[in-house]
Design a binder for this molecule. Structure first.
Ligand code: ASP
Ligand code: MG
Length: 444
């Protein structure tokens, strides 16, 4: 059994959408997880933003745009009249539902229901497409199978039981389809896994059923060795370990959602990243496999703020770090990088929303300095301690560039460097040149 997850861009045009069933041939059982069509969730977020400001008219305008988009979409997707009519009826019903939601008072439940419409639209249209093709399949409503517990974590045992039941009750069915991103909360209400969460859904389902492989279908040939937005001549990486993929996803590689590696790693299930626009390409395989001895990739995460706190009490000030972390915890602000000296600590955050209050409280502990417009450049690979020289190679590549902070040793899989945003392009190109183009780095 395999899980196939198709992202928004893979479904983004009627032509691409129409090609998905062709990628699902073969007798093997498959569970297909769909994102919303690209752009839709952004529109739904806009609707919620309007409603939060009591701008019902603005929200209505976005619903009209969605209606126009989907009307055109199904017109090109279904040129067989009976199925076109069915799809039209379906889209009209969903749009009507959305309009109805605009009239309700704007509470969390309504917000989540609005957000869920993208995946409900994509899976509903996929269902029409499969019916039109005469395929045998089972449609699963994700909130029925994927529940969060009281801690907000996915209930894996429930997911396993619910899926196994559907599969055993339908022994002849090979194709199961469901929504990514949406689930129910511990009160049984509609909820989501957060932006980009469809990858996480696929991984949770794959782990619950211990499938042979989780395939994430996107619009690039796998995870690239550098960020193609800033660097030319990047290449897809054939294989990554779970830890390397995890670091890359966390530090900015957009291909995989950071949460999606963990469930697969726990059950040792390979994740294969494939390109719907080029299905023949091998993509990237994430698995435990043989440990490499090379630098695999560079990822970049912008919009970082660095905060330095100099302790007011010099020397032996135990409890200082705890107090610092507690402040960030209180404002639910995760810390990415950290580096300490006897009297001060520097750390970075990517969520500035509570920065003002955080700084206010930190000032009670010491002198606080804040630097915005920073970027984390993360070099990922196998930096086993007994292979000397890897870190030197990275630093050598950056010898012309001021580095604000370095973090190394947290795992053997990454070196993270903090630079000013304005040096980002130069740093990425220098690393690319040094690490991947001039020579292959193999340290034995
Ligand atoms: N549709 C959701 C989003 O855009 C989830 C996903 O695509 O993974 O964030
Ligand atoms: Mg995604």
């Amino acid at each position: 059994m395999k899980v196939f997850k198709f992202g928004g861009t893979s479904l983004g045009t009627p032509e691409r959408f129409g090609k998905i069933p062709g990628l699902l041939s073969g007798e093997e059982k498959k569970i297909v997880v769909l994102s919303a069509i690209s752009g839709t969730t952004d529109q739904l977020v806009r609707i919620n933003a309007c409603l939060a400001q009591e701008d019902k008219q603005g929200a209505g305008t976005v619903v009209n745009e969605l209606e126009r988009f989907y009307s055109k979409f199904i017109y090109s997707l279904f040129d067989w009249t009976p199925f076109y009519n069915q799809a039209r009826l379906f889209v009209e019903t969903r749009i009507l539902r959305l309009r109805g939601l605009l009239e309700r008072s704007f509470v969390r439940e309504v917000e989540n229901e609005i957000l869920a419409q993208g995946e409900l639209l994509s899976t509903g249209l996929f269902r029409c497409l499969l019916l039109a093709r005469g395929e045998d399949f089972l449609y699963l409503y994700a909130p029925d199978i994927l529940h969060k517990n009281t801690e907000g974590q996915p209930d894996m045992e429930y997911l396993r039981r619910a899926l196994s039941k559907s599969i055993t009750q339908n022994p002849a069915t090979t194709l199961f389809i469901t929504q990514g991103f949406i689930c129910s909360n511990s009160h049984g209400k509609l909820d989501t896994l957060g932006r980009g969460g469809s990858d996480f859904t696929a991984s949770l389902i794959g782990a619950a059923l211990e499938v042979d492989e989780i395939q994430i279908w996107t619009d690039v040939d796998g995870v690239h060795n550098n960020d193609p937005r800033w660097v030319e001549e990047t290449r897809p990486i054939p294989e990554l370990s779970y830890d390397e993929a995890d670091e890359l996803a966390y530090f900015g590689a957009k291909v995989l959602h950071p949460a999606c590696v963990f469930p697969a790693k726990q059950r040792n299930i390979p994740i294969r990243i494939k390109n719907t626009l080029n299905p023949e390409a091998p993509g990237t395989l994430v698995h435990e496999g043989r440990k490499g001895s090379s630098i695999k990739a560079v990822a970049v995460k912008g919009g970082i703020t660095a905060v330095r706190i100099r302790s007011a009490r010099m020397l032996m000030a135990y409890g200082f770090l705890r107090k610092v972390f507690e402040i960030f915890e209180r404002y639910e602000t995760p810390i990415d990088m950290i580096s300490t000296s006897e009297v001060s600590v520097s750390l970075t955050i990517d969520d500035n929303s509570s920065l003002g209050q955080i700084v206010q409280e930190l000032k009670e502990l010491g002198v606080v300095e804040v630097d915005e417009n920073q970027t984390i450049v993360c070099v990922v690979g196998d930096f086993m301690a007994e292979k000397p020289g890897m870190v030197r190679i990275v630093l050598n590549a950056l010898r012309e560039i001021p580095v604000r902070m370095i973090s190394y040793g947290g795992s053997m899989n990454n070196v993270s460097l903090l630079l000013h945003e304005q040096d980002k392009d130069k740093a990425l190109r220098a690393l690319h040149h040094h690490l991947f183009l001039n020579r292959e780095i193999h340290v034995n």
